[in-house]
Design a protein around this ligand. Structure first.
Ligand code: HEC
Ligand code: HEC
Length: 498
């Protein structure tokens, strides 16, 4: 009896100590505050546009949200498939508002499960949901690294393989087309993922002169060299200018990107990418291109030509409307600063995050009202950096090699749900930690040919050890780790204010 009481007392004591400890500990440990609640800070037109431009934006925005079926008989848009990852732009680009990044269940604005799950069997389709698509995970597309992962001399693949096909859909009678063998390819370590990047403010990015980007990079040359940070631009093989869109800055313009997206993500051939992918006999239902400007014969609106701005949008192809939407969107609006976010912003600059995540760029003159010489805050230099083994994906795109990525723009980050190119985490601390590269693999690199797990293919042999070993951001992350917990918290609060 007496014993038991003592034990109880002891247990109570220990318990109190434990609670006390965990309370003080949790007060000290920095924590990602999570996606910012409240109204979306994005999704509208650039604020200085005139009435006609606003009208055009609204029409283009509606087009961005249109849902496609195979021949336009079930859902109003036409041209879905034969292969696809989504059935409307806004399906994947929707957080915190249409035009944004992947939706998700943890959204404070619009909590929804990953729409790619229900899409697998929409309208009678017979697709299996691949293992990397889950209800609470991000919207994803998949790329294969090598053509044949079992053969060390296999040529590289690198392309997007559509998750789904239109087989079985009630509007695709007679189409027989299997999905790629995802489980098998995953087992061979041959599949990497990409999540959607937001479109807000892309008109400003597009209209930033090459010289401005080059000067911005040159201005930090010495500071970067001291921390071991390189940086180079991806460029167009066609005209030699800087390319800046996509996770590897692989695409030249908004128009090129939306044209590619329409064909790759939805299977809609168009004026920019006119040839159908996977055009298997029996699965092609429309003349190509499936989306075109209504200028020639058969234009349903020809009697209205040129009479109103609304008609201009009607006349224009979907891709032109998508591009207009992207060009006329406003950049995300950050939250009101607090003392903590101001501290965080200063620390973000002083420890070196801003050497890649550039806080300010200026556009050229623009034909759109009020969009000339705009100073904007993308938090990106739009340059490529070697990010080391933990982020490397084994994909080459233009000048971007297997471990190089465009500095991800951080504007709008406060209301984003998933981070890094593959959407592997929702936790900013994890996203920051993964900038370090992987020292374990790095240490092996002196002897091993390949040191990041994904690759089973000798084609990814590093050019020089230093390029692939570790990450250019390594020293900056050391600076971050050396900060006091309260200072790290200030940086997290700052990031969630963007
Ligand atoms: C299945 C999901 C999905 C659908 C549907 C989709 N996208 Fe995307 N989008 C992505 C992914 C993933 C990326 C990143 C691709 C990359 O860089 O490899 C992306 C990137 C983009 C970018 C580049 C943004 C930047 O920051 O550089 C633009 C522009 C874009 N998409 C426009 C569109 C348009 C327009 C549509 C409709 C025709 C569309 N997307 C449909 C998933 C999707
Ligand atoms: C050497 C250049 C470089 C430095 C320095 C750097 N970053 Fe990054 N950052 C990148 C690149 C490149 C990516 C995209 C990587 C990927 O997705 O694989 C990225 C991605 C991110 C992301 C995820 C964004 C998204 O869209 O998912 C966050 C958050 C981030 N960085 C914060 C920071 C912070 C905070 C610091 C300083 C502690 C920092 N970065 C320092 C280059 C850098």
């Amino acid at each position: 009896m007496r014993d038991a009481r003592w034990k109880d007392l002891l247990a109570m004591c220990l318990c109190t100590i434990a609670i006390f400890n965990s309370a003080t500990l949790s007060a000290q440990q920095p924590k990602d505050p999570g996606p910012r609640a409240g109204a979306p800070g994005a999704g509208s037109f650039f604020p200085t546009l005139n009435d006609n431009e606003q009208l055009l934006f609204n029409q283009a925005f509606a087009r961005f949200q249109e849902v496609d079926s195979v021949s336009g008989t079930i859902e109003a848009g036409k041209g879905l498939g034969p292969t696809f990852n989504g059935n409307s732009c806004a399906m994947c680009h929707s957080q915190p508002a249409a035009g944004g990044s992947s939706p998700g269940l943890i959204s404070p604005q619009n909590p929804v499960p990953n729409p790619q799950v229900a899409l697998a069997t929409l309208d009678g389709a017979t697709n299996q949901v691949p293992s990397f698509i889950t209800a609470n995970g991000p919207v994803r597309e998949a790329r294969f690294i090598a053509v044949n992962p079992k053969n060390l001399n296999s040529p590289l693949d690198g392309g997007v393989h559509g998750l789904y096909t239109i087989q079985g859909r009630s509007d695709a009678p007679g189409c027989s087309l299997a999905q790629p063998p995802f489980a098998q390819q995953i087992a061979a370590g041959n599949v990497i993922y990409r999540i959607p990047t937001p479109l807000f403010g892309l008109g400003l990015v597009e209209n930033t002169p090459d010289a401005t980007l080059q000067q911005n990079l040159a201005s930090t040359q010495n500071a970067r060299a001291q921390l071991g940070i390189g940086g180079s631009f991806n460029s167009s093989g066609n005209d030699g200018t800087i390319t800046r869109f996509g996770w590897k800055a692989q695409n030249k313009s908004v128009l090129v990107f939306v044209g590619e997206a329409y064909n790759v993500e939805q299977g809609v051939s168009n004026e920019v990418f006119p040839n159908e992918r996977s055009a298997v006999t029996g699965c092609v239902f429309n003349p190509t291109p499936e989306d075109a400007s209504n200028i020639l014969n058969g234009n349903p609106n020809s009697q209205n030509f040129g009479t109103t701005i609304g008609t201009l949008s009607e006349m224009s192809s979907d891709v032109l409307n998508f591009a207009l939407f992207a060009r006329l969107t406003a950049p995300p609006t950050p939250a009101q600063p607090t003392q903590s976010t101001i501290n965080g912003s200063n620390l973000f600059n002083s420890i070196g995050c801003a050497l890649c995540h550039s806080p300010s760029l200026t556009t050229a003159a623009s034909g759109f009202t009020g969009m000339s010489n705009v100073v904007y805050a993308p938090y990106s230099d739009f340059a490529l950096h070697h990010m080391g083994a933990s982020l490397a994906d084994g994909i080459n795109q233009g000048a971007a090699g297997p471990d190089q990525f465009r500095t991800a723009p951080l504007w709008g980050l406060g209301q984003r749900l998933f981070f890094l190119h593959d959407g592997r985490t929702s936790d900013l601390l994890q996203a920051i930690a993964d900038h370090t590269g992987d020292t374990r693999h790095c240490a092996q690199s002196a002897t091993a040919q390949l040191f990041y797990v994904l690759t089973t293919n000798s084609v990814f042999e590093p050019e020089t050890q230093s390029q692939f070993c570790g990450s250019e951001a390594g020293n900056v992350i050391k600076n971050f780790n050396a900060l006091k917990p309260s200072q790290q918290q200030d940086i997290l609060n700052f990031l969630r204010s963007l």
